[in-house]
Design a protein around this ligand. Structure first.
Ligand SMILES: [Zn+2]
Ligand SMILES: [Zn+2]
Length: 275
């Protein structure tokens, strides 16, 4: 005889939920989750509030603290700036990028490209680091809840030439875009292509980077016409690549473009002083 499970008493349903919760708690004791950055048991230093909030980002609190900005950062150029003042660097950065003004509407940055975040970004450029990139992408959204209010239509990664991707075996920007798109429940799209294999940006001076970056990318199709787009990359130095991608997206008639990176360097400022 088949028992009818559809009409279980509410107390039994509640009991099942409680038992499930106990099993999850037990599994964290016998099989503790490890921090993807340092390998430590996550729950060792995680607060009770954080556990109860059901936080599923596999990063311990020490690493979370180390990779995240504490000081304010300009949401236009992405560089650190004194709080409660207008940014003195935006116009200089735009000039350096060969534009009248910075093209993206707003940039979201997890932290400065140094110490643990730098090591994590470099580790994320290898296939074994994909989990780390995913965790940092989750943390980026957690630290910038405003991203959820942008009413985005698509998340687009900075593309990588197939040859480079084949050499590395992974593309951190792709991993990031997929994760962020899935968290936000919006499509992940690859409407920007890298046309040619040009010299790596890091081998060029800050002045040479905008032209080199713009020469190699192009937008394809009309699927992003009138859309609100978030372009993502693991690291921004001068911002030339992000600016080139933003320009391509605006040329294929994206309505507005936002940018998000895990790490931002202060190189744009420093190089200006050096040249
Ligand atoms: Zn850790
Ligand atoms: Zn600024």
């Amino acid at each position: 005889m088949v028992r009818n499970y559809r009409r279980l008493p509410i107390s039994w349903v509640g009991c099942k939920g409680w038992a499930r919760q106990q099993l999850i708690e037990l599994s964290t004791i016998f099989f503790p989750a490890s921090c993807v950055a340092c390998g430590q048991d996550i729950f060792k230093d995680q607060s009770q509030e954080s556990r109860q909030a059901g936080n599923d980002i596999p990063l311990c609190e020490t690493c979370r603290f180390e990779v995240t900005d504490l000081s304010p950062r300009c949401d236009c150029c992405g560089l650190p700036r004194p709080s409660d003042t207008s940014c003195p660097l935006c116009q200089k950065i735009a000039q350096q990028l060969g534009e009248e003004k910075i093209l993206w509407q707003q940039i979201f940055v997890l932290g400065s490209y140094q110490d643990l975040l730098r090591e994590s970004v470099l580790a994320g450029k290898r296939p074994a680091g994909e989990g780390l990139v995913e965790a940092l992408s989750d943390l980026l959204i957690e630290r910038h809840p405003a991203i959820r209010d942008l009413k985005l239509d698509a998340v687009v990664p900075v593309p990588m030439h197939w040859h480079k991707r084949w050499e590395r075996g992974t593309n951190a920007a792709n991993t990031m875009a997929r994760k962020i798109a899935s968290r936000l429940g919006v499509p992940y799209r690859c409407d920007i292509k890298q046309r040619i294999f040009t010299r790596p940006q890091k081998s060029l001076s800050a002045k040479m980077r905008p032209a080199n970056a713009f020469a190699k990318f192009s937008g394809v199709g009309s699927q992003l016409t009138g859309k609100r787009v978030l372009v993502v990359d693991d690291v921004a130095t001068t911002g030339a690549t992000l600016s080139a991608i933003t320009r391509c997206l605006l040329e294929i008639n994206a309505r507005v473009v936002y940018a998000a990176v895990l790490a931002r360097t202060d190189e744009a400022m420093e190089s200006e002083g050096n040249h």
